[in-house]
Design a binder for this molecule. Structure first.
Ligand code: NAD
Ligand code: TYD
Length: 356
């Protein structure tokens, strides 16, 4: 990307979601010479409230549309002539992929193919200043036992419909890069946490339930391990890789920060007892072990040393600090939580947890 002109038109897909909104905010504020087009279908997971602070910026445009709609995608490429794509739009929740795999195949696989075809057609072999940046997950590598780490060369071994659909989209991006010489790269990141995350994922779900004195549903024994990264640090990594990454390459992004689920929930209970002025130990009484997730991956752990040594990125804050900032954000934004957890989410929650 070093040869790209200073003025760029960048299409960000899924910019109204959790990670996408952090990426859009960072790019709109940091790069006034770029124009950021945020394309989002606004599914249950997309929320323009996430971008209130940048919505009137002169270098930002929202486009409501579906990445699987070939005619629509073709039209916006014709109208705006994007130089680059940062592709985040996806169905992203493993439990939902177990309930409804086809939505994941449609959005994640077909949607990515539609975007790649648009880029192929509209860039017409041009490579100068062009880049298709595909944002993916470490879950494509499968599940680890107690030892070892995922590196960029770990063979793919996806085990949930979500990770299989993401793996499939990664393969398509690499195939288009190889076959059609489309400048493209992939980054695979570990679990993110931070502000604006939909409370169906572990950390915001537990924060929300602690606030409302609801049971804290831990799948299985709570011994599964995830590597957690503050979402702002993921957005910083995407910025660095977008500008300095090599086309055709893969970059793993991780927090060097592994936690068992039960330990995270215990820490959250402690932090929240303090914040809410509850006697220590009160929230931990809400912990409830429930039926395990089908096919539950045991451990994910990323070796992010390539990104650190080649491009100089590393996480900016400790997990304890990031978690506290996250708790503070949710406590000060209860209206945001209330509005997105009304309606359809209530129904999902009942279906997912009742009688579990
Ligand atoms: P999210 O579910 O919060 O947001 C997804 C966004 O995509 C939403 O705004 C939604 O409206 C939009 N979208 C969904 N289907 C669409 C379609 N057909 N057309 C246009 N827009 C559509 O997801 P997230 O957690 O922010 O994840 C973003 C990306 O990062 C995903 O590709 C995910 O696989 C990847 N990722 C997530 C994590 C994580 O921990 N959350 C970790 C690594 C990688
Ligand atoms: P999640 O946030 O869904 O991310 P992923 O499955 O993509 O890693 O879940 C993180 C971990 O927390 C995972 O091991 C499943 C577990 N979990 C629970 O124990 N209870 C819950 O209610 C949820 C949503 C997740």
């Amino acid at each position: 990307m070093s040869h790209m002109s200073a003025q760029k038109k960048i299409l960000v897909t899924g910019g109204a979601g959790f990670i996408g909104s952090h990426v859009v905010r960072l790019f709109v504020q940091k790069y006034p010479a770029y124009h950021i087009y945020n394309l989002d279908k606004l599914t249950y997971a997309g929320n323009l409230e996430n971008l209130k602070d940048v919505e009137s910026a002169s270098n930002y445009t929202f486009l409501k549309g579906d990445i699987t709609d070939h005619g629509y995608i073709d039209g916006i490429f014709k109208a705006h002539g994007f130089d680059a794509v940062i592709h985040l739009a996806a169905e992203s929740h493993v439990d939902r992929s177990i309930e409804n795999p086809m939505e994941f195949v449609t959005t994640n696989v077909l949607g990515t193919a539609v975007l790649l075809n648009a880029v192929r057609e509209h860039w017409k072999g041009q490579t100068e200043g062009k880049l298709f940046y595909h944002v993916s997950t470490d879950e494509v590598y499968g599940s680890l036992s107690d030892d070892g780490f995922f590196t960029e060369t770990t063979p793919y071994d996806p085990r949930s419909p979500y990770s299989a659909s993401k793996a499939s989209s990664d393969h398509l991006v690499r195939a288009y890069n190889h076959t059609f010489h489309i400048p493209a790269l992939v980054s695979n990141c570990s679990n993110n946490y931070g502000s604006h995350q939909f409370p169906e994922k572990l950390i915001p779900l537990m924060i929300n339930n602690i606030v409302h004195n609801k049971p804290l549903p831990i799948y299985g024994k709570g011994e599964n391990v995830r590597d957690w990264l503050w979402v702002n640090d993921h957005a910083r990594a995407i910025d660095v890789i977008f500008h300095k990454g090599k086309s055709g390459d893969t970059y793993n992004i991780g927090g060097f920060n592994e936690w068992k689920n039960i330990d995270i929930v215990t820490l959250l209970c402690k932090v929240m007892d303090q914040k809410l002025g509850r006697p220590e130990g009160t929230s931990a009484e809400l912990v409830t072990f429930v039926k395990d997730r089908a096919g539950h991956d045991f451990r994910y752990a990323i070796d992010a040393n390539k990104l650190k040594t080649e491009l100089g990125w590393e996480p900016s804050i400790t997990f304890e600090k990031g978690l506290e900032a996250t708790v503070d954000w949710y406590l000060s934004n209860q209206e945001w939580v209330a509005s997105i957890t009304s309606g359809a989410y209530q129904q999902y929650y009942q279906q997912q947890y009742e009688g579990r």
